[in-house]
Write a protein that binds this ligand. Structure first.
Ligand code: NI
Length: 254
């Protein structure tokens, strides 16, 4: 993968020149939290980052450094998890957007990999959006049909809610594969009621969450992941994000 669209690997002069032809930037958002016995702590950030960077190359759009410190309070009883309060995260995101906007960026595409980021990101969007100045779009990488077709085909209901085989597969393809260990056995199946009630990572306090999901998986059979799946999921997600971004830019710039 080339790196020509990474903001952190650009010079300020390159960024100034970029702003003459585009005001768009992709900001990947993830987490650092437990992802079960075989999922990497950085899974959400690594997935969002890999997809965002590929989408940035596909659409010639700059990609900001990944926001990896985010709210994940329910996973704090698992070591390695790092969690910011929603308020701190919201303040940080707001200052990033307004700072970039002061330099001429107008179109902010948040590519999300962690459910608990959605509510604070939407508040930032609702608070900061201003016609012709700041336009914010928020999408999670699993929002797109081509991605969901693959998730359904590979894993069906075993995709589950956390430490999903699809996110594990992407990090296997891009970073590191860990032996399944105790994750070789399927987790407890979730009920439809549970999934509905806990969408957007609405989980209980840390001790309760670890008691209910002792190995960290929430209905996801992580061990079904394969690096080959990850390659396909990554390409499908990056293609869908690039298309969605370009359509958004065209339709909002008549
Ligand atoms: Ni995750």
């Amino acid at each position: 993968m080339t790196s020509s669209m990474r903001l952190d690997l650009s010079t300020w002069m390159e960024v100034e020149k970029y702003l003459e032809t585009s005001t768009a930037i992709i900001i990947p958002v993830g987490s650092n939290e437990q992802h079960g016995p075989m999922g990497l702590i950085g899974t959400d950030a690594l997935c969002a980052q890999s997809i965002a960077r590929m989408a940035g190359e596909n659409s010639s759009t700059l990609v900001a450094p990944t926001l990896a410190y985010t709210p994940a309070p329910f996973n704090m009883a698992f070591p390695g998890t790092i969690s910011l309060s929603e308020q701190t995260f919201e303040t940080m995101v707001g200052e990033i957007v307004t700072g970039l906007a002061s330099q001429g960026f107008e179109k902010f595409y948040f590519l999300n990999g962690h459910g608990a980021n959605l509510a604070p990101l939407k508040r930032v969007r609702d608070n900061l959006s201003a016609p012709d100045v700041i336009d914010i779009r928020i999408r999670s990488w699993w929002d797109f049909d081509p991605v969901n077709q693959l998730r359904a085909e590979y894993y069906g209901d075993w995709e589950g809610m956390h430490a999903t085989p699809s996110e594990v597969a992407i990090t296997q393809a891009t970073h590191r594969a860990v032996d399944a260990g105790q994750a070789q056995h399927p987790p407890r199946r979730l009920t439809a009621e549970y999934i509905k009630a806990h969408a957007g990572d609405k989980h209980g306090p840390p001790d309760e969450h670890r008691r209910d999901f002792p190995d960290g998986r929430v209905g996801s059979h992580s061990a079904l992941a394969m690096p080959e799946h990850g390659e396909k999921l990554l390409a499908a997600a990056a293609g869908a994000v690039a298309d969605d971004l370009q359509n958004w830019l065209v339709n909002s710039n008549p």
